[in-house]
Write a protein of this length. Structure first.
Length: 227
């Protein structure tokens, strides 16, 4: 009975495959480069002390100074978000035979800031580090409104897929039929690209370069092969 069932399944699969119309499957990719108009800066404060409350207190003072700089720079409260707060014991494991003991505590607080005026970015980094912050863990350049760029990248992806399908059909000597299916693989917005452009900065500010960001989109299309 099992052998008969396997033979039937194989026959049914083969028959189903024979019923599928001839088709051409292609993929297309589209890319759009743009100059970023916003930065996301992750900056924070970390301190170590023998007592946990002392470490946390030092971090709190540092973050208060950081917020004062952001207030003076006109950074809207909605553009600042606490990314993480942590308190970790510092262990002494100097000897493999001795029992590990806590010798202190390390506290930290990281804040992610959206900077909408890129001309002030370098100065903001310098000011925040000079008045409380002592940890810089991330800087990304982004486009505040990527939707129009995503649409253009998707349009270019479809055009490339259509061009591929026409090329394959022409080379194979068959007629290109109607579109059977279209699948969107989404859009990707990576970080700053290698093309750098100097920003207008204060003389004492941290030099940074915004470069370009590239939004990519991918699409899969299936065409029928015409008669």
């Amino acid at each position: 009975m099992r052998l008969v069932l396997i033979v039937f399944i194989l026959f049914a699969s083969s028959a189903f495959a024979d019923e599928l119309p001839p088709r051409i499957s292609v993929t297309g990719e589209g890319q759009v480069a743009a100059t970023p108009d916003m930065a996301e800066l992750t900056i924070g404060v970390t301190h170590e002390a023998r007592r946990a409350d002392v470490a946390l207190g030092a971090v709190a003072d540092g973050v208060a100074g950081l917020f004062s700089v952001l207030d003076a720079a006109g950074i809207d409260p909605k553009d600042r978000r606490t990314a993480s707060v942590s308190l970790q014991p510092r262990w002494d494991r100097a000897s493999s035979t001795a029992v590990p003991r806590i010798t202190g505590y390390v506290a930290s607080n990281r804040v992610t800031i959206r900077v909408r005026d890129l001309d002030m970015l370098g100065g903001l980094i310098t000011d925040t580090v000079g008045d409380g912050a002592n940890m810089l863990s991330g800087l990304a350049f982004v486009v505040a409104d990527p939707a129009p760029l995503e649409r253009e990248a998707r349009r270019l992806a479809v055009l490339e897929a259509m061009e591929k399908a026409a090329l394959y059909a022409d080379t194979a000597g068959v007629a290109l039929g109607d579109v059977i299916a279209i699948a969107d693989a989404g859009a990707v917005l990576p970080g700053a690209g290698p093309m750098m452009a100097e920003m207008a900065l204060r003389s004492d500010a941290m030099p940074v370069a915004e470069g370009e960001v590239t939004i990519s989109a991918s699409v899969s299309m299936i065409y029928a092969i015409g008669n």
